[in-house]
Design a protein around this ligand. Structure first.
Ligand code: FE2
Length: 256
């Protein structure tokens, strides 16, 4: 059994419902064209992000060793992430059912797709790809507070599988933090949500004032409906990263 296969077995052994969705990333199979697409995606996003992404994201980007000229090897990303926060970027076959997704988060494994969008859909993909998942999400997992928040979020949701109303409210917390979160830093609104990090169009619209930015407040967030396929009319800004971890604990005490 090779190293990749033994890693896969090890990860599967820690999971129950999510185990069937785990795969190996065949990094050697990516083509020069795919590396070139990744490179173009990263180089298009970085000028805006260097100015408008939060500190935690930019630090995480360096810490997990992402490269502009080649697609990430998830084993190498996890090897850098593990000693910092215990998180792994774990390859999965595609979209996960909710219970499997929460189980992985609660185990500090981030379900990561391995496919990459093609050159003719650089701007948008309806389903997450490796650019959205790794470039968009994983740098934040190097931050200790965000790392603790995300695991706790998964644990709370895993315990709410019997309660669809509570899960819908928790889904809004995820959407307005992990996917589309904003944070105030250095007198400006900065982005940390992966949907903004990985999308030039959506991020530009928010930074240019095309969406209402409200102060983060748990009840308001949990009451706020959203459409996944439309630009967001309202987003929420936290003052510091600890606020979302506190929000997850507060949500747990109310919904659990
Ligand atoms: Fe996402």
């Amino acid at each position: 059994m090779g190293i990749a296969a033994s890693n896969l077995r090890l990860a599967q052994g820690k999971l129950t419902v999510a185990a069937p969705f785990l795969i190996e990333q065949d990094w050697a199979a990516y083509t020069p064209e795919q590396h070139a697409v990744w490179s173009e995606l990263v180089s298009r996003r970085m000028p805006q992000l260097r100015e408008h992404a939060c500190r935690e994201y930019l630090d995480g980007f360096e810490q997990i060793g992402l490269q502009e000229d080649r697609l990430p090897d998830l084993k190498a990303v996890s090897a850098r992430l593990g000693p910092r926060t215990g998180w792994q970027s774990t390859p999965v076959s595609g979209f996960l059912p909710a219970d499997a997704f929460f189980e992985m988060l609660a185990t500090r494994m981030f379900p990561t797709t391995t496919w990459l969008r093609s050159r003719d859909s650089m701007g948008y993909t309806p389903e997450p790809d490796i650019f959205h998942d790794v470039f968009g999400h994983v740098p934040m997992h190097a931050h200790p507070v965000f790392a603790d928040f995300l695991q706790h979020y998964g644990k709370v949701c895993a315990g709410l599988m019997h309660d669809p109303v509570a899960l819908e409210r928790m889904g809004r917390l995820f959407w307005f933090t992990v996917e589309f979160g904003l944070i105030r830093q250095d007198g400006a609104v900065k982005v940390y949500g992966s949907g903004l990090i990985s999308s030039h169009g959506e991020c530009s619209r928010v930074l240019e004032g095309g969406c209402e930015v409200k102060d983060f407040e748990l009840d308001a967030v949990m009451d706020q409906e959203f459409q996944t396929s439309e630009m967001q009319p309202v987003l929420y800004a936290v003052e510091w990263c600890d606020q979302i971890y506190e929000a997850a604990k507060l949500a747990e005490s109310r919904l659990g």
